[in-house]
Design a protein around this ligand. Sequence first.
Ligand code: BYC
Length: 338
Amino acid sequence: MYTTDLRTKAQKAADAKDTGAKDEIVEASENEARFQARIDDEQFIEPKDWMPEPYRKTLVRQISQHAHSEIVGMLPEGNWISRAPSLRRKLILLAKVQDEAGHGLYLYSAAETLGVERGDLLEQLHTGKAKYSTIFNYPTLTWADIGAIGWLVDGAAVTNQIPLCRCSYGPYARAMVKVCKEESFHQRQGFEIMTVMMEGNAEQREMAQDAMNRWWWPSLMMFGPPDGDSPNSAQSMAWKIKRFSNDELRQRFIDATVPQAEAIGLTMPDPDLGFNEVTGHYEIGDLNWDEFWSVVKGEGHCNRDRLDARVEAYADGAWVREAAEAYAEKQKAKHAAA
Ligand code: BYC
């Protein structure tokens, strides 16, 4: 056969490989451009859609941390179920803690749509590799803490999570709709506990104020580090996983909560707090970010206890997982036989 191509066989193979690699790069950048265009157009990204690997990893990181926070978050309140001051309070608290378990389950399911195994995520939690919200490493010392958690912690959570209902990843956004409805109910029940305590005797008012003093600052830290120290925010906002920055959401929470505290007679535990007439926002004193990072690192009051409790609960639940697997196998065999 006549040819003008004078390259050797090896050269031809190397050139073809080169062209193949270039084609792959072009295809990846086209995929990426199409993906970003869909995000910019406010479309949801669904599990089977093409997505860049860093987007998938960011979602697995955030959704799994969120799931861990929900189930670790059951512990400080669960501690008070048997000590709630009345049957009505016990029922409400029991239902609230069960809601948090449900949130954890939706979130682990949402993470699994990204191709990770729930068992692996739990392993990361149990071995201390995974993060969960710093707030749950503080102790619940009195019944008023249950009011403060509902009002402040669930209040901060719902402020952060309402924009997540519009997050670009469909399964996470849809899970957040139900979670937010329940969290806003939790916030109101917490505020009602605080209101009742502030209408009580001097000792009850003191307990409520003490809980406010201890939970206010850690609740503000739930929103994450200041924008300048938040390495993930810029990219997460470009992907519309986050819609607002950490500081924007923190400010929104402060502006909503200070008037609520004042309405029931609580004193804000911040001598530098003031209302800026020009901006229309409250300004607060300095947050202790050293404390925040030390709790993130596992050095908070309750980090060790929380992890031990989760590991123990997981081990205690082994028989339930085994029974569920045995049942699933039986069902599979039954269907195969049919
Ligand atoms: N605690 O770049 P940044 C609930 C980490 S539970 C620990 O700003 P990002 C409830 C952060 O992970 C609701 N770590 O990160 C349950 C990152 O480290 P890595 C919990 C924190 O992701 C029971 C590093 O600091 N809510 O409602 O852009 C009872 C730098 O931060 C924290 C959620 O999980 C923290 N507070 O923004 C009652 C909401 N803050 O991962 C109530 C979903 C930051 O790079 N999550 N870090 O190693 C989010 O919205 C975002 O992940 C955050 C942080 C705003 C929290």
